[in-house]
Design a protein. Structure first.
Length: 519
């Protein structure tokens, strides 16, 4: 296999001794992994740092971004394991009512028993600095994390994404990471993803990677149009865009033929349609020069979907399919992740899983570790679907926490042979999940208000029927009017109907007479 381009740069300037120590920590994790993870009664400590370490200006465009640290609260359900300890660190304290809400989802474990094994720590810092950087700047907090770990040999770190900052924190705490080493993060960029797809023999959209500036973008767009004169649109993407916020659409309407095409494209770049609200060309090009990116054809189709496959490579190197989803996309050009349906459509879920597996085999050979997702665009061609790989996310994503929640709530299992998730009873489980339920009318609703509404109207998960709803991003509700919902049913239709009912109830309850802001 070829070496990762720019691997030395990706290492973030670590000294040789630090790299050796990191390897030793990961080898220790590999040696203890099977013994700990396959034994529910084995003691363990999971240190969770939900730092979304992406470009600060890109993250600033996401409403309530700091509350995305709550996405990983689903991992509190690890406390169902009787000897597991969880240390959860956030930028600002999480309301105790939110913690109580999650702990009450545990079955078979008294809430008090679980709460004694949970350590919540906070930086008390709401700035837009990445959470991991905040922790590293607080030696006393680092010592509190150390003090909360009874046995470092049975502990590991879980991050949302792993950059050199997270690796530095791991070395500071002397703990291994269940996630991809930043030296390999290039394979999860938009450019690196395209190279993996080629190596794996997976169809992908026509395009160009490793673009550096406006001239490169214009040249790539012009070449796409020359190669395919019928091409109507193309998409330009930052290598490290988050949730579609780094994407922009270029329209070829009025494009000339002949040698003047690149100059025409360059002159028309200010007309790029950005997915990120308020983005301007100069700021976008500045980001492009710092992180580079790609340009590829915009896949058209009257019937088009965006499925994804999630897989996991464990510390022993085993590759395992985890799930498939149909992503729900929004924004003016349907590039922004809003939510997902599980499982993906039966017409193609196994095909998507297989293509994801092929990409996973290439990634495993390069040393990648942890959960990752492979996104596709699927276009119907008659009775069949054509699937084009779009990108790889070498991190947890928007589909990770709803699936983990389903797994923890039901104690069921994913069946790769069918692409279904089966409860212990053998019945299939389906869900609809959204991170982006947003209404100005929800502003001012506190976590306690939400819990009261849920209790009054029966908006909860029923362990007996294995159906119901669970809320997340609860901390974003009062200030930003934003909320996440996971709706589980024994059919996809029931799951979606339950979601719609939940939204209808929230809308109605937030518009009660006398409440401000919503006439």
């Amino acid at each position: 296999m070829s070496e990762a381009p720019g691997a030395n740069e990706c290492c973030g300037g670590f000294e040789a001794a630090e790299i050796d120590r990191s390897r030793a920590l990961q080898e220790r994790f590999k040696a203890t992994f099977a013994e700990i993870f396959k034994n529910p009664a084995a003691p363990r400590t999971v240190v969770i740092v939900p730092s979304i370490t992406f470009d600060r200006e890109v993250m600033a465009r996401i409403t309530g971004a700091i509350h995305y640290e709550e996405r990983m609260l689903c991992l509190l359900l690890l406390l169902r394991l009787p000897r597991a300890r969880v240390v959860y660190i956030t930028s600002t304290p999480i309301a105790e009512s939110i913690i109580d809400y999650y702990l009450h989802l545990l079955s078979g474990i008294p809430g008090q028993h679980a709460r004694k094994r949970l350590v919540l720590l906070s930086c008390y810092d709401s700035s837009d600095v990445p959470l991991t950087a905040k922790i590293l700047a607080r030696p006393r907090l680092i010592q509190k994390i150390r003090d909360a770990i009874p046995d470092p040999c049975s502990a590991h770190l879980s991050f949302f994404t792993v950059t050199p900052l997270e690796k530095k924190l791991a070395l500071t705490l002397d703990l291994p990471i269940y996630g991809c080493d930043p030296a390999l993060s290039c394979w999860g960029s938009k450019s690196g993803s395209r190279k993996i797809f080629r190596e794996a023999g997976i169809p992908l959209a026509q395009g160009f990677e490793d673009l550096r500036d406006a001239s490169d973008i214009a040249g790539a767009l012009a070449e796409l149009k020359r190669t395919n004169p019928q091409l109507r649109r193309a998409v330009v993407k930052l290598n490290e865009g988050f949730s579609g916020e780094g994407n922009a659409i270029f329209d070829f309407a009025g494009a000339p033929k002949g040698s003047g095409l690149k100059a025409w494209v360059l002159n028309k770049l200010p007309s790029l349609s950005f997915e990120a609200h308020g983005m301007a060309l100069d700021a976008y090009l500045e980001k492009f020069q710092s992180m580079q990116g790609i340009a590829e054809e915009f896949l058209e189709g009257a019937s088009k979907r965006s499925p994804s496959a999630q897989l996991r490579i464990d510390p022993a190197g085993s590759l395992e399919p985890v799930s498939t989803h149909d992503q729900v996309l929004g924004g003016q050009n349907a590039q922004i992740f809003l939510g997902c349906r599980f499982p993906a459509d039966a017409a193609y879920r196994l095909a998507i899983q297989e293509k994801g597996r092929r990409a996973g085999e290439v990634l495993a050979a390069k040393g990648v570790l942890g959960r990752f997702g492979v996104d596709f665009i699927s276009v119907r061609d008659g009775a069949d679907w054509c699937h084009y790989a779009i990108e790889i996310n070498l991190r947890k994503g928007g589909t990770t926490h709803p699936f983990l929640m389903l797994q923890f709530l039901t104690e069921g299992r994913y069946e790769p042979e069918t692409g279904l998730f089966l409860a212990p009873s053998g019945r299939a489980c389906y869900y609809y999940a959204s991170d982006n339920l947003h209404s100005d009318c929800y502003r001012g609703l506190t976590p306690s208000d939400l819990i009261d509404i849920a209790a009054t109207h029966g908006l909860h998960f029923n362990a007996a029927t294995q159906e119901g709803v669970v809320f997340h991003l609860i901390g974003a509700l009062s200030e930003f009017g934003k909320l996440g919902i996971l709706s589980i049913g024994n059919t996809g239709e029931k799951a979606y109907a339950s979601y719609l009912r939940s939204v209808e109830i929230l809308d109605r309850e937030s518009k009660l007479p006398g409440l401000p802001g919503c006439a």
